[in-house]
Design a protein around this ligand. Structure first.
Ligand code: 5RP
Length: 230
């Protein structure tokens, strides 16, 4: 499957939802990058006046590159539209995010958006969250062992995410670490896991995005896009 073509179709379709005067949440990852590029193109071709809040250093740099003006939640507490990718989407439009370790900031931004459009390729759809992707959890280094024990109580095993071209753990934009939790049969009760982790000292946030997506745009390799609303 040509996943890139599917991601591009979803990203470019998402950019058509942007209107003059909007404030935007700018997502992170390869699919969100297609949306950012298309938004930048619309800004220069249609002279749109839009501002975006980036969800990561990566999104910030891409926005600069594509000419998308930036703002922050200090200036615009409510955003008209958030656009972001996901690692898994279930039939209720609940998500796992955090493949790029940006989920904590992504969740802050998505929560402030009146409409939150999720853009994915067909490999991201699952019957049950956790079936194909581990659940990322952003943690304080000092809390890795207690959080790992809690995850084991929840039926998961956890791996500390290691850098690819850097020795040692991945360090997030917030200066923290990431545990990837593998649930052997998927996550049977995402709300229970959400509650257990959200209350845990040392957890900044986890990659379960429950009841947040208003729309999912599923791009296909032939360039068509399926639109589902919550
Ligand atoms: C980053 C994310 C990304 O949105 C998610 O990993 C999807 O990335 P891609 O579009 O590259 O597959 O949550 O933290």
């Amino acid at each position: 499957m040509d996943r890139d073509a599917a991601k591009q179709a979803a990203g470019e379709e998402a950019a058509t939802f942007v209107e003059d005067g909007m404030t935007l949440g700018l997502g992170t990852g390869s699919t969100a990058a297609y949306a950012l590029q298309a938004i930048g193109r619309r800004i220069s071709e249609e002279n749109l006046d839009v501002r975006g809040v980036p969800t990561s250093f990566g999104a910030e740099r891409l926005a600069h590159r594509h000419g998308v003006p930036l703002t922050s939640l200090d200036d615009t507490a409510t955003l008209d539209l958030g656009i972001d990718g996901a690692d898994e989407v279930d039939p209720d439009l609940d998500l796992i995010k955090g493949g790029g370790a940006a989920h904590s900031r992504e969740k802050v931004v998505a929560t402030q958006a009146e409409r939150f459009i999720v853009i994915v390729d067909p490999t991201k759809t699952v019957d049950r969250l956790g079936n194909s992707f581990a659940l990322p959890i952003e943690v304080m280094p000092v809390a890795v062992t207690p959080i790992t024990a809690t995850l084991e109580d929840l039926g998961a095993t956890a791996d500390l995410r290691e850098g690819d071209q850097k020795d040692g753990p991945v360090v997030t934009d917030q200066g923290l670490w990431v545990l990837d939790a593998h649930f052997p049969d998927g996550i049977a009760d995402p709300h229970a896991v959400d509650e257990a982790l959200s209350e845990h000292p040392g957890v900044l946030d986890h990659g379960l995005f429950l009841d947040l997506a208003t729309d999912v745009l599923l791009g296909r390799p032939d360039g068509t896009v399926d639109h589902t609303t919550a």
